[in-house]
Design a protein around this ligand. Structure first.
Ligand code: SF4
Ligand code: SF4
Length: 186
C-alpha cells in the first residue's frame, strides 16, 4: 500500500543502526512500543511458517533484502518505467494474514498506521521494486493491483551490477556525511 513517502534514507539497515539511539514517536494508532514490536515479530514468524507453502514469503523476503541492502541507484532503476498508482484497495496488506497495522475504513479507503513513521517496513515503502516484484504480488491479489510497468532499463551484467553497487554505496555515504555536516552546523 503506498502513501506519501518519508524522506530517503541511506541503506535503511545501516541507517537504522546508526540512528539506534533515537526513539521516534509512536504512530497514533499504536498502543505501545512493546505491542508494535511484538506484532512485527509475530507477523515475521507467521510469514516464515508459511514459507514451505507460499511463494509470497519468498517474494516478501526478496523485497525486504533488496529494499534494505541495495543503494538507490540500483533500487530505483525501474521507477522511470513504473505506471499507475495505489488505489488503496488494501489487498497487499491481507496476503496470508491481515497485517496488524492495516486500517480499513471502507472500500478503497484503507491505510497503514505505520507507513509515514520510521517504523514502516522498507519492503512496504518501496513496493513495487521491479516487474518481478509486482508480478509476484499480482499473483496473490488476483491481478488487482493498479501498478504496472511500461518498458524496462537495460539488463546489467554482473560486473556492471558490482560497479553500480559500489558507486551507489559510496554516493549514499557521501550524501549522509554532507547531511550530518549541515545538521551539526545548524
Ligand atoms: S506495514 Fe502492514 S499495513 Fe502497513 S503497508 Fe505494510 S503490510 Fe500494509
Ligand atoms: S494491492 Fe496495489 S493498489 Fe492495492 S493497496 Fe496494495 S499497492 Fe495499492
Amino acid at each position: 500500500m503506498q502513501q506519501s513517502q518519508p524522506g530517503s534514507r541511506v541503506l535503511p539497515v545501516l541507517s537504522n543502526l546508526i540512528n539506534k539511539h533515537s526513539e521516534p514517536e509512536l504512530p497514533a494508532e499504536t498502543a505501545s512500543r512493546r505491542w508494535m514490536y511484538s506484532q512485527m515479530t509475530r507477523a515475521v514468524i507467521k510469514k516464515i511458517v508459511r514459507a514451505p507453502f507460499s511463494i509470497h514469503t519468498w517474494a516478501a523476503l526478496r523485497r525486504t533484502l533488496m529494499s534494505n541492502f541495495l543503494p538507490d541507484n540500483l533500487l530505483y532503476r525501474y521507477k522511470a518505467y513504473q505506471r499507475g498508482e495505489c488505489n488503496r484497495c488494501g489487498l497487499c496488506c491481507k496476503i496470508q494474514f491481515q497485517c496488524p497495522f492495516f486500517v480499513d475504513e471502507g472500500p478503497f479507503n484503507t491505510h497503514c498506521s505505520v507507513y509515514t513513521t520510521p517504523h514502516a517496513p522498507s519492503a512496504c515503502l518501496k513496493f513495487p521494486l521491479d516487474p518481478l516484484d509486482l508480478k509476484l504480488l499480482q499473483r496473490e491479489v488476483g491481478q488487482a493491483c493498479t501498478f504496472y510497468y511500461e518498458g524496462a532499463p537495460q539488463k546489467l551484467s554482473i560486473l556492471e551490477f558490482v560497479r553500480l553497487y559500489t558507486e551507489g554505496v559510496r554516493q549514499q555515504f557521501a550524501k549522509r556525511k554532507l547531511k550530518e555536516a549541515a545538521d551539526s552546523a545548524d
